[in-house]
Design a protein around this ligand. Structure first.
Ligand SMILES: Cc1cc2nc3c(=O)[nH]c(=O)nc-3n(C[C@H](O)[C@H](O)[C@H](O)COP(=O)(O)OP(=O)(O)OC[C@H]3O[C@@H](n4cnc5c(N)ncnc54)[C@H](O)[C@@H]3O)c2cc1C
Length: 280
């Protein structure tokens, strides 16, 4: 499959990239790892007239501790995140993405800006209450994950804004687990569940649950969190809370799983993930 014709620029700074976006108009698109955008272009589901490649912009990759959490450059590849074990769940999740080629090209900024609910990192950012920092014509702003994902492949990042970095809270003191259900290890998740549990002396003092592919955006299983917070970290309490995992979700049916099967998966995977995280 061959994409429609397009122009290509490789700016050397964020300001140059913003200018190129402005000059390219509404059909200009940023290019990061290209592993979501290029397949869409090849299928002619996207036909940008200009690609603005962020690959030559210095300062957009890297992982560092900042303000008690982590600052991850937007152009940081999944593979680099997977190597930074201090990132905890986010590193573990990055390692489950597809295959080595995708992990070396795909970036966290691209994954979050693309806004695919089946992707692995959006649900993690949402449940951790992380944020993205964007730069646009009017300067910089920060978007909390709860305000980022609006609909299928739709985020609150404006067309003329660039994600420069991602802030991930450190989640110190939490045990974590990720349950991703797919047919082959490198496949997209049919359903994925990201969980943090703070088990203090046998009581769940805090808990976060993020769901992937259970709706048009990544979701937070707030009913599970509310049911388990303050309860004993027991098998019974976990099983009872996990039964609420599909509440309020509208998972899309697809070739691999019907909506009902996905709801069943969400409940089972949430119970497994909570059990592991509570024991970690
Ligand atoms: C075969 C295959 C399997 C895959 N499997 C998985 C999987 O199991 N799990 C998973 O999570 N992902 C999977 N992916 C997707 C992969 O992780 C993508 O690389 C990622 O979702 C997008 O990142 P990217 O850097 O490639 O972005 P690109 O494809 O370059 O861009 C994606 C979108 O984000 C925009 N964008 C990119 N960077 C920025 C920025 N800094 N600021 C604003 N907008 C930006 C682009 O304009 C575009 O609209 C798979 C991809 C392939 C090809």
């Amino acid at each position: 499959m061959i994409p429609a014709e397009f122009d290509y620029v490789r700016p050397g700074s964020v300001d140059e990239a913003l200018s190129a976006l402005r000059e390219g108009g509404e059909d200009a698109k940023l290019l990061a790892g290209g592993h979501s955008l290029l397949p869409l272009m090849k299928l002619r589901l996207a036909a940008p007239t200009l690609l603005v490649d962020l690959g030559g912009v210095p300062g957009l990759s890297g992982i560092e501790r900042a303000n008690g959490g982590w600052k991850i450059g937007a152009m940081t590849a999944h593979a680099a995140m997977a190597r930074e074990s201090g990132l905890g769940l986010a590193a573990h999740v990055a390692h489950t993405i597809a295959d080595p080629q995708v992990r070396h090209r795909g970036t966290i900024g691209g994954s979050l800006a693309h806004g695919d609910p089946a992707s692995d990192l959006p649900g993690v950012l949402l449940a951790a209450e992380g944020s993205v920092q964007v730069q646009g014509p009017n300067g910089q702003r920060s978007i909390g994950a709860a305000d980022l994902f609006e609909d299928y492949l739709t985020t609150s990042i404006a067309d003329d804004e660039i994600v420069t970095s991602v802030t991930m809270p450190s989640m110190d003191g939490f045990g974590y687990a990720y349950e991703k259900f797919n047919r082959r290890a490198e496949d997209w998740a049919m359903v994925a569940v990201a969980v943090w549990v703070k088990n203090e002396g046998g009581t769940v003092s805090d808990v976060r649950v993020g769901l992937g592919n259970m709706g048009s955006t990544p979701l937070r299983a707030t009913a599970v969190e509310e049911a388990l917070r303050g309860q004993p970290a027991s098998a019974e309490a976990i099983a009872k809370a996990a039964e609420l995992a599909a509440d309020g979700t509208e998972p899309p049916g697809d070739l691999n799983a019907s909506p009902d099967y996905k709801r069943h998966l969400a409940r089972v995977l949430t119970r497994r993930a909570l059990t592991k995280a509570a024991a970690a």
